[in-house]
Design a protein around this ligand. Structure first.
Ligand code: HEM
Length: 339
């Protein structure tokens, strides 16, 4: 063969290849049936085509967890999309709903002031252990909520704003923070439960407080309340129940070997997302009322001392109890002039 005829032959083969390629739609299907999942060049698409129904692509693992070798189960992609969609919608709408409610409430009521004005005398509200428990639980919860929110919404909200590099670094460290902060939260939650459960049991006067809307909607209305009013008891039990649900399912997600079947694990993931969205919305309301929403409230968790008039207006039965004890112990030093 001359050089020219060799070149012509190569060109003819190339042209035939280009025309013939679209005419072979059945070839990848047949290839997919015999795909070798361990071959390096296997693409995800080919593997998915090779799988039918509920099959799984498995590797090898030397640990005793039977789920560990499972790499991809295409059937789960559908479930994962539904799960992510549900959690995302719930998270977005509960957040937007709560922020809107708080905005409306603020526009209507403004900051709730101490009606009688500050008295200049303070009363001890929370000791060191109570405040430590509160802030351990609060700081860890806020970090968990922010890093969890990034898992649910980061890709659609944050990624376009800060770019891939920053988002990747942030998400990688966020995941570590999320995994470790869970333990601090559980400790804070357990401590808060022990120190406050006795004060959060329902009492008859809670019904009066609820019937009067907690006095939240009208200036000068102050229903009687003990150390915690009915609204705070609701917050407390939401934190306890929601926090316990988040803790249990969180540990299952961290250690899938403990989680039972794959369906159990998926259920835990769903509960984790739903509990997180609902509790975060409740906590947004709590943070609002414990800071900008009510004059004098933050001091309770800041210095631990609150103004006596604030305490009389919002926790009258508790003040009577403390003053009764102080009188019994000849002053006892629990009510003091403000410094
Ligand atoms: C910056 C964030 C927060 C602020 C400013 C804040 C503020 C407060 C204040 C002022 C109190 C005492 C109210 C009183 O004297 O009656 C309180 C109590 C409490 N906080 Fe927080 N808090 C925050 C975050 C959290 C978080 C994240 C949680 C739980 C995950 C939480 C759970 C509780 C509970 C269970 C109580 C006792 C019940 C109640 O007062 O509702 N707090 N907080």
């Amino acid at each position: 063969m001359t050089r020219l005829t060799r070149l012509l032959a190569i060109a003819a083969f190339a042209a035939l290849g280009a025309v013939g390629a679209p005419l072979m739609p059945l070839a990848p299907m047949a290839e997919a049936q015999q795909v070798n999942p361990t071959a390096e060049s296997v693409t995800e698409d080919k593997l998915f085509q090779a799988l039918r129904g509920d099959q799984m692509i498995e590797g090898r693992a030397s640990i005793p967890d039977p789920k560990a070798p499972g790499l991809i189960k295409p059937g789960n992609k559908g479930w994962a999309d539904t799960h992510t969609g549900t959690i995302r919608a719930l998270t977005v709408w509960t957040m937007i709903g709560m922020v809107a409610l708080l905005g409306i409430f603020y526009a209507y009521r403004g900051r709730i002031r101490i009606d009688a004005g500050p008295s200049g005398r303070t009363i001890k509200r929370f000791g060191g252990v109570e405040r430590f428990a509160h802030w351990l639980m609060a700081v860890s919860f806020i970090l968990l909520a922010l890093t969890g929110l990034n898992l649910v919404l980061g890709r659609s909200v944050l990624l376009p704003m800060i770019g891939e590099g920053a988002f990747g670094a942030l998400s990688a460290s966020g995941k570590i923070v999320h995994n470790y902060m869970g333990w601090a939260f559980m400790l804070g939650l357990a401590l808060a439960f022990v120190v406050w459960v006795g004060r959060n049991l329902p009492k008859a006067h809670d019904l009066t407080w609820i019937a009067m809307g907690g006095g939240l909607f009208k200036k000068g209305v102050h229903p009687p309340a003990g150390k915690f009013n009915a609204g705070q008891k609701l917050i407390f039990w939401s934190v306890v129940v929601g926090g316990a649900a988040l803790s249990f399912t969180g540990v299952m997600l961290l250690f899938p070997v403990l989680a039972g079947t794959q369906a159990d694990w998926q259920l835990y993931q769903l509960i984790h997302g739903i509990a997180a969205a609902l509790l975060t919305a409740v906590i947004l309301a709590h943070i609002y009322i414990g800071s900008i929403g009510m004059e004098g409230a933050f001091d309770a968790m800041g210095s631990g001392e609150v103004d006596l008039n604030w305490a009389r207006e919002h926790h009258s039965l508790w003040v009577e109890e403390v003053e009764g004890k102080s009188a019994g112990s000849q002053g006892g030093g629990r009510v003091a002039p403000a410094e």
